[in-house]
Write a protein that binds this ligand. Structure first.
Ligand code: FAD
Length: 382
């Protein structure tokens, strides 16, 4: 099977395609079979790959089909979670050439077994949601390059020039616009039991998983704003919430702490170091912590533990290139622009608040429309 999609990389090394990556026939097959995207990245010798009749909205009389060059795309999306997938669908439906490079297509949704808050989908699981996203992105002909990690971004040297994304495998991707959608990861507490009981009582997202613990006993690790917001949120659903904070006092805003104190089913332990999350071999059954002053160990029986000690944006590779907030989030405006011309960002890796699938997807769509707007307004550099 020939994978034409590889040809758009400057390749010292052929990228590894994920097991689910499929190339469904020749380029022309795909153009007939899918939506409006020209559909793949042709090689210079593959003149049939993007026929000159393919409408290209960024064409000008001087550059009839600038997007048809072999080594570049119009929109390169870095990250294949809900934000990246939505960006790919929106961009590809404009008929322009779209590539998605993702370390793990699907993103965080791959790690959840229950999604109940995506509008119009009553209930689904993460792997199915991820597979549906992939199918939709492929349906519109965007090329997915899975298991590929970006290492660096190099802005265009002049307006309308090409932006370069260096991959960890040494390859370089070139694009007229880039959408960064590299998401985030929850900070782990790193105690015995955390990994073993992930999704079996250990959770990270109260908006997502709180209702799964209705009527049960839970703990929240972390007394900052996100921990106390989580505890307040959970207290309305679960039987009891135990807050465990390492420092000698809660660090959340006073208004949140006061609200928490007004709730009858919450207990707070400060100066408390979580030592373990226990279980019966299949689900969580308790949490252990040590009083940092007295040294006394305690174990509380419960069914759920929410770890709320921070969300780390996957933006380390952007330092010194794209403006980041003090939390490492990509600073974006209301339309998803970053400080770098032609570079947009969407989803959990940005300063947009509330890290949720529906919000990331909306952001991705918005960034794609902004990228398209940029393409049609920016003359292509000579
Ligand atoms: P992500 O999903 O994090 O995707 C980021 C993408 O970027 C991935 O493809 C990743 O591999 C890729 N990437 C990262 N770095 C690089 C790099 N350097 N180069 C190339 N690619 C890179 N939200 C809900 O709304 N409902 C829920 O029920 C829900 N449950 C959740 C359960 C769990 C266990 C977790 C962890 C999260 C849950 N969330 C839920 C939150 C939701 O999954 C996120 O808000 C959403 O996935 C964010 O989408 P995103 O596209 O911004 O980022």
């Amino acid at each position: 099977m020939v994978c034409a999609c590889r040809l758009w990389l400057w390749l010292p090394q052929i990228p590894a395609w994920g097991p689910s990556d499929r190339v469904t026939g020749s380029g022309s097959d795909r153009q007939q079979g899918v939506g409006q995207n020209p559909g793949r990245f042709p090689s210079p010798s593959d003149s049939a790959a993007v026929p000159s009749s393919v409408p290209n909205p960024i064409a000008s009389p001087d550059t009839p089909n600038p997007g048809a060059a072999a080594d570049r795309v119009d929109v390169l999306i870095v990250g294949g979670g809900p934000a990246g997938a939505a960006a790919a669908v929106y961009a590809a439906r404009k008929g322009i050439r779209v590539g998605v490079a993702a370390e793990r297509f699907g993103g965080q949704v791959n790690d959840t077994m229950a999604i109940e808050n995506y509008i119009s989908v009553l209930e689904t699981d993460g792997p199915k949601f991820g597979a549906d996203m992939e199918a939709q992105v492929r349906h519109y002909g965007a090329d997915i390059m899975n298991l590929q990690r970006a290492a660096k971004i190099i802005p265009a040297e002049e307006e309308g020039g090409l932006i370069q994304v260096q991959m960890e495998n040494g390859g370089v991707l070139k694009a007229h616009t880039v959408i960064l959608s590299t998401g985030a990861r929850w900070r782990n507490v790193n105690v015995p039991g955390e990994q073993e009981y992930k999704n079996k009582g250990v959770a990270y997202c109260p908006h997502c998983d709180g209702p799964l613990f209705k009527g049960k006993r839970t703990a929240v690790i972390g007394g900052g704003n996100s921990g106390i917001e989580a505890a307040i949120d959970l207290a309305g659903i679960v039987a009891h919430v135990t807050v465990i904070e390492f420092a000698d006092q809660l660090k959340a805003d006073a208004v949140l702490v006061n609200k928490l104190k007004s709730l009858p089913n919450v207990t707070v332990h400060t100066n408390a170091q979580t030592t373990q999350i226990t279980g019966d071999g299949s689900v969580v059954n308790g949490i252990g912590f040590k009083d940092r002053v007295s040294g006394q160990e305690q174990h509380i029986a419960l069914e759920g533990v929410f770890v709320q000690i921070g969300l780390i944006p996957n933006t380390e590779f952007l330092k010194d290139t794209v403006a980041l907030s003090k939390f490492g989030e990509i600073v974006v405006d209301a339309k998803g622009h970053t400080n770098v011309p032609g570079v947009f960002a969407a989803g959990d890796c940005t300063t947009v608040p509330f890290k949720q699938i529906v919000i990331a997807a909306g952001d991705g769509a918005k960034a794609a429309l902004s990228a398209f707007d940029h393409l049609i307004r920016t003359p292509v550099a000579a």
